[in-house]
Design a protein around this ligand. Structure first.
Ligand code: C2O
Ligand code: CU
Length: 469
């Protein structure tokens, strides 16, 4: 729509009637070229959520619309306008984009100042479920709500009766129903399990209804956008198959009826078959913590889609993501995680300076990777595009962590939590658990590797790898 209107204005401005034929030909040609780019506008701005009828709305920060939809393989031009009082940047979590489009402020770009704009240009190589979020003062901006689900559509739509998002988030509110901003940056939280909210929302609403017919099949895209809370969804009573993890299709859909654990930033695409005898409203419970909460409801709408036979769903078409082969990797590195509460971190290097635990804490650092708190000057490793890389992550702390690598998808070794062969951009590791991630080095540049329990990242759990051409 946008493109057409712009082309029309241009025609009007040039006085179409007086145009010689060959010039009007040029105008049409450029209109055609413009139609091959998907142009989007994201405005980072304050927003209000009407969560409680008795109290005033809650002030949040937001990215403009409920969901960003892009087409696979079509160049995208996404202009981000910053209408917030603070600088910001946008990271396309899980997307393989050129390094200078990755949105990691301070590493791949300068933060976008208030009143300024920045245009991100990339062609989505992979279809699937991703998300966009602030990557500047992330612990604060994510807690304020600066994120949005991102769906990259397959060129041929996947067969399902419905396609629903289930974006899980938790918010920390104070007694007046506003975001508790005073507790941001609490060292206690940064050195423990991170910031936990006291309000669960799904798709930024309290217990939204997902309309489905009895007997219908839904593609359900589940995202955890919380700062630090590990969520779990109860799926009992339903026929479910995992069809994708972190945007990447499983070669064979995996049947599941257990509850699904989703660490911060992880995504699952499921197909869900609604029983033919369901009526009214049926809860979807979040059970990650001690309390069992209804996060959303299936709302059974009239017009049943009775299926005579339950076929297992077909796999999603594969994405062109490079997969590491078997055999000896070209590069191997170890990443030793230390620190946190009850971790006994005595010292670490922070900004090139060795520091005692006490000095670290003054600098709001509580965790270290290979003895370094926060971003080191030198990368963990340097590899050429296409090389096979293995990183052995050793969790010598008393806490679970959800590790995320920018710009890549990896396979896991040594985890019984995940199905072998799955590809991930984020993976959960329990305390004292070790994981080996294995991937093919992607596009050249500096790619972050960090814990996505965002307070842990802020308090030291971040490093980077270098990929060279
Ligand atoms: Cu989802 Cu470095 O982030
Ligand atoms: Cu962590």
């Amino acid at each position: 729509m946008d493109v057409k209107r712009r082309a029309f204005l241009r025609l009007a401005g040039t006085g179409i009637c007086a145009l010689p034929l060959n010039i009007s030909g040029l105008v049409y040609a450029s209109q055609e070229a413009a139609a091959k780019v998907q142009k989007k506008l994201i405005t980072l701005q304050p927003e209000q959520a009407y969560w409680f009828s008795q109290s005033p709305p809650t002030d949040l920060w937001a990215m403009g619309q409920n969901v960003l939809r892009l087409q696979q393989h079509i160049p995208a031009e996404i202009t981000v306008r910053n209408r917030l009082p603070d600088a910001s940047s946008v990271h396309w979590h899980g997307m393989r984009v050129p390094n200078d489009m990755d949105g990691a402020s301070g590493l791949t770009q300068q933060a976008i100042d208030p009143g300024q704009a920045f245009t991100y240009r990339f062609t989505p190589p992979d279809a699937g479920t991703y998300w966009a979020h602030s990557h500047h003062n992330t612990y604060e901006q994510l807690a304020r709500g600066l994120c949005q689900p991102l769906v990259v559509e397959e060129s041929t739509p996947y067969p399902a009766d419905h396609d629903h998002l289930l974006v899980l988030d938790d918010w920390r509110l104070n007694s007046t129903g506003q975001l508790d901003l005073e507790s941001l940056g609490s060292m206690h939280e940064w050195s423990h399990g991170g910031r936990m909210g006291n309000l669960l929302t799904v798709n930024r609403e309290i217990t939204p209804r997902l309309p489905v017919e009895a007997g219908s099949r839904t593609r359900l895209r589940i995202l955890n956008t919380a700062n630090s809370r590990i969520m779990a969804l109860e799926l009992n009573g339903l026929q479910c198959w995992i069809i994708a993890k972190d945007g990447q299709p499983l070669t064979k859909p995996l049947k599941t009826n257990e509850s699904l654990t989703i660490a911060p930033a992880e995504r699952y695409d499921l197909t869900v078959d609604i029983p033919t005898d369901w009526q009214g409203e049926q809860p979807i419970h979040e059970t990650g913590s001690r309390t069992r909460l209804a996060g959303a409801f299936w709302q059974i709408i009239p017009g049943s889609k009775q299926r005579t036979e339950r076929q297992s769903p077909q796999p999603l078409p594969a994405n062109p993501v490079p997969v590491p082969g078997e055999g000896k990797p070209d590069h191997h590195a170890q990443l030793l995680m230390t620190g946190g509460a009850m971790g006994g971190l005595r010292s670490a290097i922070y900004r090139n300076t060795p520091m005692s635990a006490q000095k670290l804490s003054v600098n709001k650092q509580a965790w270290a990777f290979n003895g370094v708190a926060n971003l080191p000057d030198k990368p963990l490793l340097s590899a050429r595009t296409g090389a096979t890389v293995e990183i052995e992550i050793v969790n010598d702390t008393r806490w679970p962590h959800g590790m995320h690598l920018h710009g890549h998808h990896f396979q896991l070794r040594g985890s019984d939590r995940y199905e072998p062969g799955m590809l991930h951009d984020t993976a959960l590791m329990e305390r004292n658990e070790n994981l080996t991630i294995r991937f093919k080095a992607g596009l050249p540049g500096k790619w972050l590797l960090h814990c996505h329990m965002i307070e842990h990242q802020a308090a030291g759990m971040v490093t980077w790898i270098e990929v060279t051409a």
